[in-house]
Design a protein around this ligand. Structure first.
Ligand code: T5A
Length: 212
């Protein structure tokens, strides 16, 4: 049995990750591929419990170090119990956020060093990296309008940080994509859902070809 493929959607708040992850999972299933659609923080019972600790708007402010440890702990459970077993039996795993979110939010936004975050990832998850990371980037005004329609101004504890924090996060994602062009694909998600979905399918071209 060939190992499955691990595809991650990354980007800022409301970039369209959940929407595109679901559309991709549906398209892969339509091609007869076993697909596991999951998210971070979360994806397993333990990781979902940690998600509540991290994101509850009424919850406490952990500080970037404790946050990075909690995200790494949630990811460790998720990788051990869901992601690796799925890949080993040949499934495609589509994940909404992964370690590059910790690098961008707790690193770029929170000031932790990339070396420390990757060390936690090595201990917690054996350093697992996606086969492809799709970085969705939407025009700021369009994304803000979509979020306002959906959430009416409500935010989780991290999403609600100020615009300077989110600018640093976006800049960090861009740096990672520039540093690893063989793993990252950048896609503009400002247009209609189907247009972005087609760009995702085009980006996956060679990986999909190998699975045919
Ligand atoms: N975090 C996470 C860290 O700090 N460190 C970490 O290591 C990790 C893993 C997670 C929070 O935790 C932080 C980052 C976050 O602050 P989350 O639940 O993943 O929280 O939150 P978000 O990533 O912000 O998820 P969102 O659901 O807000 O954004 P998505 O998934 O990017 O966007 P989506 O698909 O839900 O779309 C947003 C809205 O736009 C509409 C959708 O229907 C939806 O209403 N939409 C479109 N409308 C028109 N045209 C299109 N093309 C559209 N695409 C989507």
């Amino acid at each position: 049995m060939a190992r499955g493929r691990f595809i991650v959607f990354e980007g800022g708040e409301g970039a369209g990750k959940s929407t595109q992850a679901a559309l991709l999972a549906e398209a892969l299933e339509g091609r007869g591929l076993e697909t596991v659609l999951t998210r971070e923080p979360g994806g397993t019972k333990g990781a979902e419990a940690i998600r509540r600790l991290l994101l509850d708007p009424e919850g406490q402010d952990w500080g970037p170090q404790a946050e990075a440890l909690l995200f790494a702990a949630a990811r460790s459970d998720h990788v051990a119990k869901l992601i690796r077993p799925s890949l080993e039996r040949g499934a495609w795993v589509i994940c909404d956020r992964f370690v590059d979110s910790t690098r961008a939010y707790q690193g770029g936004g929170g000031g932790l060093s990339d070396t420390d975050i990757l060390a936690l990832h090595r201990v917690g998850s054996g350093g697992l990296l996606p086969d492809m990371t799709i970085l969705l980037e939407g025009r700021a005004a369009i994304v803000a309008d979509r979020l306002a329609r959906r959430d009416g101004g409500e935010h989780d504890r991290i999403g609600g940080r100020d615009s300077a924090f989110h600018r640093k996060v976006a800049a960090a994602f861009r740096r990672f994509a520039e540093a690893e062009p063989e793993r990252f694909v950048r896609i503009d998600s400002s247009g209609p859902r189907e247009e972005t979905h087609q760009a995702v399918i085009d980006a996956l071209g060679s990986l999909l070809g190998q699975a045919a």
